[in-house]
Design a protein around this ligand. Structure first.
Ligand SMILES: [Zn+2]
Ligand SMILES: [Zn+2]
Length: 135
């Protein structure tokens, strides 16, 4: 199951939400993502890795990624290669400002409109796998 967290900005009232974790269709999404990696949709370097090295699976959980520089955040699939020997390699996400985004477990997220940091107002479990940002 995935977790949907709903936010309502205490300053400007903007609603937004995140989906994190692993949903019911995880293995289906893993397979599709692995096919995408092998097709080169995540770049040449990753395509090469996926064809040359043994790895057990792709992590297709959903997470929130925050830019340490400008605090912009996105809610996306993890996309990590998990190798047979236990190594893990995650897709590097570059923010529009050029900094490298980092996965966060923090439940406090800035309002996309006015940048006020908010706590979630509601959360529920779901099988809905689609990440989305604004209500
Ligand atoms: Zn706001
Ligand atoms: Zn940034």
């Amino acid at each position: 199951m995935s977790m949907i967290r709903t936010y309502k900005c205490k300053e400007c009232g903007t609603g937004y939400s995140t989906v994190t974790g692993i949903g019911a269709r995880h293995s289906e999404i893993q397979n599709r993502m692995l096919a995408d990696v092998r097709d080169g949709k995540y770049g040449e370097e990753w395509q090469k890795k996926s064809l040359e090295e043994d790895f057990s699976y792709v992590d297709a959980s959903q997470g929130v990624y925050v830019c340490p520089n400008c605090k912009r955040w996105v809610n996306e699939y993890d996309v990590s290669l998990l190798y047979e020997d236990g190594r893990r390699e995650s897709l590097v996400r570059t923010c529009e400002c050029g900094a490298q985004m980092q996965r966060t477990d923090s439940i406090y997220l800035e309002c996309p409109d006015c940048k006020t940091k908010n706590d979630y107002t509601d959360r529920r479990m779901t099988d809905d796998m689609k990440p989305y940002f604004k209500l």
